[in-house]
Design a protein around this ligand. Structure first.
Ligand SMILES: C=C1C[C@]23C[C@H]1CC[C@H]2[C@@]12CCC[C@@](C)(C(=O)O1)[C@H]2[C@@H]3C(=O)O
Ligand SMILES: O=C(O)CCC(=O)C(=O)O
Ligand SMILES: [Fe+2]
Length: 364
């Protein structure tokens, strides 16, 4: 089991921040889930783009990245010989991009999505048997960041770190193996892809082979999490929020948006931009630890998820991180450090206390 689990044990949550609404039993949106107050909706520090240097506020010009004249999220073919450069550029400008030709079989996504749907379509009382414990990191429940918002999100999640067998067994006592196999295989494939992307990123940063080897050694120990997200159909999608605006804490996130769009990113000047899926692609975004490691060159992108009136949207997010005791600080070759170095554990502790303010609190 991943040692990220232990970090979260130190910041226990209250049960009402863990237990999702029984979405199957409601016909209208209860007041607890109506987001009318704008302040709730927009975390202050994230919107304050002082976190990001002026030079990053430009549009991608490279025609290989953006095939049309309207700015849109880059789509990068991982088999292109220049892919590493494009990945580096996309991390600097958008903090998010799609990858195609990633080599993963379509069946893998069909399987993980169908298992996720099998889980979320269980009756609420059954899912509650796998509820995350107050000091726990894995299992069924609301998003970990729930306590920072006065309203609840139209969302339920299932978090896996390592093996899912303990929770799967209580959900399906006689039929849990398939779920575990699919989740194990998915995590294995994602780990390999995260490794490949990390290597491209290091290359794009101009690291020497020796420096690359060192960094890869650190990354080969990655600590990760798999998050199944469910956004049930909502009677009033304009007054509800799927996932509130946030940045992801770890290095990189690999997102599979199943069959419907719903992810939006906050872009300087443009506001909220819908992240349309490209066929067969995966969506990659930069997380806070990568933001620190790149000395702010790569930006940890603020994003949110919206909900649908009739469609039950499911997404699968893989968070690639580092062991809790590893130290993350800006690469020295990227200029004077703009963030102080700290352990993953310390950073996640700050995130648990300050959410979107954590990154600015470690600025030098
Ligand atoms: C390893 C991770 C990463 C977590 C916490 C833990 C497991 C679940 C992840 C999420 C998923 C939903 C958004 C987020 C903000 C949340 O509330 O839970 C993420 C958070 C983070 O990136 O900080
Ligand atoms: O469902 C989505 O599209 C976004 C999920 C997400 O941001 C997350 O799990 O951190
Ligand atoms: Fe996220």
């Amino acid at each position: 089991m991943s040692n990220l689990c232990e970090v979260y044990r130190k910041t226990p949550l209250k049960p009402h921040h863990i237990i999702p609404l029984d979405f199957q039993s409601v016909e209208s949106v209860p007041d607890s889930h109506v987001w009318s107050d704008c302040d709730d909706y927009n975390p202050t520090e994230i919107l304050n783009s002082h976190l990001w240097p002026e030079s990053h506020k430009f549009r991608i010009q490279d025609e290989h990245i953006v095939p049309n004249e309207h700015p849109s999220i880059p789509i990068i073919d991982l088999t292109d010989s220049n892919a590493a450069d494009y990945v580096g550029q996309a991390c600097q400008t958008w903090g998010i991009f799609h990858v195609t030709n990633h080599g993963l079989p379509l069946g893998l996504f069909e399987d993980v999505e169908s298992e996720a749907r099998r889980l979320f379509s269980l009756p609420s009382q059954q899912k509650m048997k796998a509820l995350r414990s107050p000091g726990g990191a894995t299992g069924y429940g609301s998003a970990r960041m729930a306590p920072f918002f006065s309203k609840s999100m139209w969302h339920e999640g299932f978090t896996i770190m390592g093996s899912s067998v303990d929770h799967a067994r209580v959900l399906w006592p006689n039929d849990y193996k398939r779920f575990c196999e699919v989740m194990d295989e998915y995590q294995k494939q994602m780990k390999a892809l995260a490794h490949k992307l990390f290597l491209m990123i290091l290359k794009s940063m101009g690291l020497s082979e020796e420096e690359q080897n060192w960094a890869l050694m650190v990354q080969s120990n990655e600590s990760n999490a798999l998050q199944l997200n469910s956004y049930p159909p909502c009677p009033d999608p304009t007054r509800t929020v799927g996932l509130a605006p946030h940045t992801d804490s770890l290095l990189l996130t690999i997102l599979h948006q199943s069959d419907s769009d719903g992810l939006e990113v906050l872009q300087d000047g443009a506001g909220w931009v819908r992240v349309h899926r490209a066929p067969g692609s995966l969506t990659i975004n930069v997380g806070d630890l990568m933001h620190v490691f790149s000395n702010g060159k790569f930006k940890s992108v603020c994003h949110r998820a919206v909900v649908k009136r009739t469609h039950h949207r499911v997404s699968i997010a893989y968070f690639s991180g580092l062991p809790a005791d590893s130290v993350v600080g800006p690469l020295s070759k990227l200029g004077p450090p703009r963030y102080r170095a700290l352990t993953v554990e310390e950073y996640l502790g700050m995130k648990a206390q300050h959410l979107d303010r954590a990154l600015s609190l470690i600025r030098i």
